[in-house]
Design a binder for this molecule. Structure first.
Ligand SMILES: C[S@@+](CC[C@H](N)C(=O)[O-])C[C@H]1O[C@@H](n2cnc3c(N)ncnc32)[C@H](O)[C@@H]1O
Length: 225
């Protein structure tokens, strides 16, 4: 797959995918988007409402640059709680591209090695990336993936948008991911399209529209009661 690095509004990189004709993050700011959608609306929210302090099980759909995974690792390290993170990715980005990404240098230089480890660890096996963060990368197609016995507290739905990949936003595909959520589980996505919101509601989530990062009025958070 052909890629090109771009600098976004907050100075952090994103990747332009030539195949999907889409960037991996908002052009207004990749780190800012990830922090707003996945860390604040997702991880911080779930952690604040957790009654029992056990490891938080996260599933990410579309590992991509590893930015969401690495920011989750930073959040867990800063606040001393544990995460077990599974991530699906069908088209891993090449190593030389990973090495050029500027996330550690502009956000947390001390965690440069962990950013590289996220990309260098083996697929399918659990890897300990930090004392607070275990990772299992799954080289799988979201379209055919099934939850099997996976129980998820927090779902980061970060597929390319419905214009680029409408099949990943269909009710049948989203239903598999919602099924993997435990009771009280949280689904977050940057995509606030009405059709996506209604689909998540039909699947039984209570969905809120939250203020988005720069350039995006709203994002979605769904809770499975
Ligand atoms: C919006 S980007 C994800 C950005 C990523 N979360 C990050 O922090 O960089 C969407 C990701 O989904 C992956 N993807 C596209 N189609 C897929 C599929 N059918 N199954 C699994 N991953 C897929 C792409 O390769 C890309 O990495």
């Amino acid at each position: 797959m052909s890629h090109r690095i771009e600098v976004t509004g907050d100075g952090s990189h994103t990747i332009q995918s030539q195949i999907f004709e889409s960037t991996y993050h908002s052009r207004f700011g990749a780190i800012e988007e990830s922090l707003t959608v996945f860390i604040k609306a997702g991880l911080q929210f779930f952690h604040a409402h957790q009654t029992e302090k056990v490891p938080i099980r996260i599933l990410e759909c579309g590992l991509g640059t590893g930015l969401n995974a690495w920011l989750s690792l930073c959040e867990a390290g800063d606040n001393q709680f544990s995460i077990r993170y599974s991530a699906l990715e069908l088209y891993p980005i090449p190593k030389d591209l990973v090495e050029q990404l500027n996330y550690p240098s502009i956000y947390s230089p001390d965690r440069m090695a962990q950013f590289q480890d996220i990309h260098n660890c083996s697929w399918a096996e659990w890897a300990t990336i930090s004392p607070f963060f275990e990772l299992q990368k799954l080289h799988k197609d979201m379209l055919v993936w099934t939850p099997e016995n996976l129980c998820v507290d927090l779902l980061y739905y970060d597929a390319f948008g419905p214009t680029s990949q409408p099949e990943l936003w269909s009710e049948s595909v989203l239903s598999k991911f919602v099924e993997s959520l435990v009771q009280g589980g949280v689904f977050v996505t940057y995509c606030a399209k009405g059709e996506v919101r209604r689909t998540l509601q039909r699947l039984g989530l209570v969905v809120e529209r939250l203020p988005g990062p720069p350039g995006k009025r709203e994002i979605l958070r769904g809770i499975k009661y």
